[in-house]
Ligand binder design. Structure first.
Ligand SMILES: [Zn+2]
Length: 486
């Protein structure tokens, strides 16, 4: 079996002011063909599953380019075209192959390309022809288009949010493609458009049970894979929204019926599966009355994972105003402040202005006497089994509050974003994380309570108020009952 694989991705917040150019990719994750490290990354589920096959059997796998950017604004046109064309040239050089398996996001928009994944999959299909199987693992926050469905044989998004199942879904994709390549199965996709948008972590009910239900349907009655696309709500494209994908072994009619049945189920639960949010003051108030810490407060409106700068100061300001000393905050993106901390050195105390540089709703910068407690060049944090780079990083102490400043814009994934810098969040009463949802898998293990908040920020969490221009209507909650099932 000979296979080609590559990874290319970015989650595009079309409302973000932060353009996504070469630095956004190469500064975040970039591996030349064949140079992807041994540890898994967010888009390398298929590649890791293929490496396992190479170790255990006589498969030949050609690994192309792997690169992906932290969520930001529109990808610049020359950069998208260069990476896309590089992957296509690597595929062409690898021919003939039995199948192609890509690691993509599914909500990447570039200047001139509203559906990058549809564009890429279409060009892959044109190169390999109709008979070679083509598939991709997608982020659960993808915005599925008809082009993606038409050009691929199999699409497998993550089932979990936070995304703890990147490797399992990679295995699922490769198994289906491998079976299809030898004619054991004939995968056919059925898609149901739920006409709704919300944000629904799968760590809570009723979503947790829905994920279990999808998995229980797999492997019988010709059902190969079942998944729910949660969409990325700040990606203003016509096809944004929740969708069900059912992959069957050549049972299109049954697959369509199952997708519709599951889609109606989710639609009927749409008011229950979203999250509730506290204001900054409410969240700090709840933390203060908690008998025991750490209480984790998620600053989702400043989540770099959604395209925000991750530099707002609302929480730090509110904590200092109340004289709270027993807290830590991170990661706060401020490359200039980090340079100053490196100049001061570990143990150095100096007057620093930090935070709130990028956005009108990031608040005001903090001016304070700070102490540099730890410096870490090229720091990283854990995200499940993967490593997320944070760039050069400094821990500072300001009036008893520990703040982790970083140079590579990213969100809070792992508790080690603090512990690698000598800050023990389990010893703090309040832990503020710049993240909307992905912090949860790691931080819920140490937290006595977790609260999601709506500090001011560039990521509106009430989707009914987002000024969409391209989104296809009707869609809930902008429209009350698009499927007419109420
Ligand atoms: Zn995602």
């Amino acid at each position: 079996m000979k296979v080609f694989t590559a990874c290319l991705g970015s989650e595009t917040n079309t409302f973000s002011p932060i353009l996504c150019g070469r630095d956004a990719f190469e500064g975040n994750f970039y591996a030349a063909p064949g140079k992807h490290p041994d540890h898994p990354t967010l888009y390398s589920g298929p590649m890791m599953a293929l490496r396992r096959r190479v170790r255990e059997s006589n498969w030949e796998v050609v690994e192309g380019l792997s690169t992906f950017a932290t969520t930001g604004g529109i990808v610049t046109r020359p950069v998208y075209e260069e990476y896309r064309d590089a992957i296509l040239a690597q595929l062409t050089a690898a021919l003939p192959v039995d199948f192609v398996a890509l690691g993509l996001h599914g909500a990447m928009v570039a200047d001139g390309y509203e559906d990058c994944e549809g564009d890429l999959l279409g060009r892959v299909r044109a190169i390999v022809g109709p008979k070679v199987r083509v598939g991709a693992e997608l982020d659960l926050h993808c915005n599925l288009t008809q082009a993606m469905v038409d050009y691929a044989d199999v699409l497998v998004p993550y089932k979990e949010s936070p995304h703890i199942d990147v490797l399992e879904r990679g295995e699922e994709l490769i198994q289906i493609l491998a079976d299809a390549a030898i004619g054991k199965v004939k995968p056919v996709m059925s898609v149901f458009d739920c006409r709704m948008v919300t944000s629904s972590p799968t760590t809570r009910e009723p979503m947790k049970s829905f994920v279990a239900r999808m998995q229980a349907l797999e492997g019988k009655d010709g059902v190969l894979s079942v998944s729910l696309v949660h969409c990325f709500a700040l990606n203003d494209v016509p096809d944004m929204g929740y969708k069900v994908i059912v992959v069957t072994d050549d049972r299109k009619v049954a697959g369509d019926a199952l997708a519709k049945c599951l889609g109606h189920e989710i639609y009927r639960m749409r008011r229950e599966i979203g999250m509730t949010f506290l204001s900054v003051e409410e969240a700090i108030g709840r933390a203060l009355v908690a008998p025991k810490g750490p209480v984790v407060l998620a600053d989702g409106a400043d989540n770099s994972g959604g395209g925000a700068a991750s530099d707002s100061t609302w929480f730090i300001r509110a904590l200092r105003a109340r004289g709270i000393r027993d807290a830590c905050v991170g990661p706060l993106w401020d490359p200039i402040a980090v340079r100053m901390c490196f100049a001061a050195g570990e143990g150095g105390s100096f007057d620093l202005r930090f935070g709130a540089k990028m956005n009108a709703n990031s608040g005001e910068p903090i001016d304070a006497r700070v102490k540099v407690t730890r410096l870490l060049p090229e720091a990283w944090q854990s995200f499940g089994d993967a490593r997320d780079p944070m760039g050069d990083t400094a821990a500072i102490e300001v009036d008893g509050i520990a703040v982790v400043l970083n140079t590579l814009r990213t969100q809070a994934f792992g508790v080690d974003l603090f512990t690698n810098l000598g800050v023990d969040p389990t010893k703090r009463k309040i832990v503020v994380v710049k993240s909307h949802n992905h912090f949860f898998a790691a931080f819920s293990k140490i937290a006595t309570e977790v609260h999601r908040t709506t500090a001011p920020g560039p990521l509106p969490l009430d989707y009914s108020k987002v000024p969409y221009k391209r989104l296809k209507r009707p869609i809930w909650p902008l429209d009350p009952d698009p499927l007419g099932l109420d």
